[in-house]
Design a protein. Structure first.
Length: 442
């Protein structure tokens, strides 16, 4: 009886909350301020958004692409494993799922890890992106993950337009927001089943709601910390993005805001690490496992050949020789699977660093300026009219710190791999100019 009364009372509360959100959104549309002061700009962005969100769900499977590339196999199977098995352990049935949607060619570079000599195998990629992608993968398979990427990408376009419309005409703001994102290499990563766009949104959202929290709403400060924790768990060097927010809060003596932001950031990292520890036995798959390797999925119903060979050798049988041994060998991880890898001394010469920096800025295949032209425009506008803005200088310093870490400590692969269009590390931060504050985050 009491439960029924509580449920009956809870119903109107939920309905009232939904009604309040609807009324707030309607008031925003009727306020005719900022971006919403221009109906043509809003209608154009809405039409573009509908088109972009429809595209991922129209790609036929099996079809193109015939197979997965780079780190996509691990993220795709992790999402399906979370959705269907509620774990991150690899089994031959997981490989069969891969071949259901991509049956036309074998899949290489499935990243797995083990700490017991390959008696068991877990996926060797970070948890956040597959965790959020799991519901979409369960409904639409690979297309569902592309839909999630597109939804996050479209959300960034809208947020950038809303932010910029506070300083310029709505049509100009919408055009610049579309140019910054759609006319850059960022848009290509929508169609990668990897966390590039997910990380972009984490950085973007953390800066947007961190800087734009005018009313000091505690939940927006916490949300900013939560969003930055997601890419930081994937790539710890993204913690540098906290620099402009920390500077904005602490230099203005907003101690409570800083504490709430820090709590959101720390709690999220703790939860992710705890979930990963429970599911895989490792706090972070990149750093901690005994062996982490790329294997191939060629046939249904069996383990990858590399794992079969490793188990044979562990059982005392003679290892393969000749070309077979080379094909089945599990290479050593360049990180050594150790946390100390993050803090080692760089081994590059000054000439290599200079060459990498030059190629990072204007390189043919990984240049920031050729592939993110609006980022260059935003930087030029900042240098012309915003040089006195402390927050923007801190944001620029954070971007330089992230890019510098990749260039110095991952000199052999700082651009993200041979199939990457532009540097993947710069793409994840290339949306920073759209959220570049210049105003108090209070």
């Amino acid at each position: 009886m009491a439960n029924g009364v509580r449920d009956a009372a809870r119903g109107p509360t939920v309905i009232g909350a939904v009604g309040a959100w609807i009324r707030r959104f309607r008031a925003l549309l009727q306020s005719r301020e900022g971006l919403f002061a221009s109906r043509p700009a809003v209608v154009t962005l809405a039409a573009l958004s509908c088109f972009l969100l429809t595209v991922p769900l129209t790609i036929g499977k099996p079809g193109q692409p015939p197979t997965l590339k780079a780190d996509e196999p691990a993220y795709y199977l992790m999402a399906l494993s979370l959705a269907r098995d509620f774990d991150l352990r690899y089994q031959p049935a997981d490989g069969d799922r891969l071949l259901e949607e991509f049956p036309f060619a074998s899949t290489h570079n499935l990243i797995l890890m083990t700490s017991d000599g390959w008696r068991t195998a877990h996926y060797g990629k970070p948890l956040p992106y597959p965790l959020f992608a799991a519901p979409f993968a369960a409904l639409f398979g690979a297309n569902g993950m592309v839909f999630l990427n597109m939804a996050l990408f479209v959300a960034m376009v809208w947020l950038a337009a809303v932010f910029l419309a506070r300083r310029t005409a709505p049509a100009t703001a919408a055009a610049f927001a579309c140019g910054l994102l759609l006319l850059s290499a960022c848009s290509r990563y929508v169609f990668w089943l990897q966390p590039e766009v997910f990380n972009m949104f984490g950085v973007f959202g953390a800066l947007y709601w961190g800087f734009r929290n005018r009313h000091r709403a505690w939940w927006l400060s916490a949300l900013s910390g939560v969003l930055l924790a997601l890419p930081t768990y994937n790539k710890p060097m993204f913690a540098a993005i906290a620099l402009p927010l920390a500077g904005a809060y602490l230099l203005r003596r907003q101690w409570r805001t800083a504490a709430v932001w820090t709590a959101g950031f720390a709690v999220t990292l703790t939860l992710l690490a705890g979930m990963s520890q429970r599911m895989t036995g490792q706090l972070l798959p990149y750093l901690g496992s005994d062996v982490r390797a790329a294997v191939r999925v060629c046939e249904p119903g069996g383990w990858p050949a590399e794992i079969v060979e490793a188990r044979r050798v562990a059982a005392g049988e003679e290892p393969a020789t000749g070309e077979a041994a080379e094909a089945l060998a599990i290479p050593e991880s360049p990180t050594g699977n150790a946390f100390t890898w993050l803090f080692r001394v760089p081994r590059q010469s000054v000439g290599e660093v200079v060459e990498n920096v030059k190629y990072f800025l204007i390189g043919r295949h990984a240049g920031l300026l050729p592939y993110h032209p609006f980022a260059g425009i935003a930087l030029a506008l900042f240098l012309v009219g915003g040089r006195r803005d402390r927050d923007r200088w801190l944001l620029l310093a954070a971007f330089v710190a992230v890019a510098g870490y990749f260039l110095l400590f991952i000199g052999w692969n700082w651009q993200g791999g041979g199939r990457s269009a532009t540097c993947r590390s710069s793409s994840r931060c290339a949306t920073c100019p759209a959220t570049n504050g210049g105003e108090s985050p209070a």
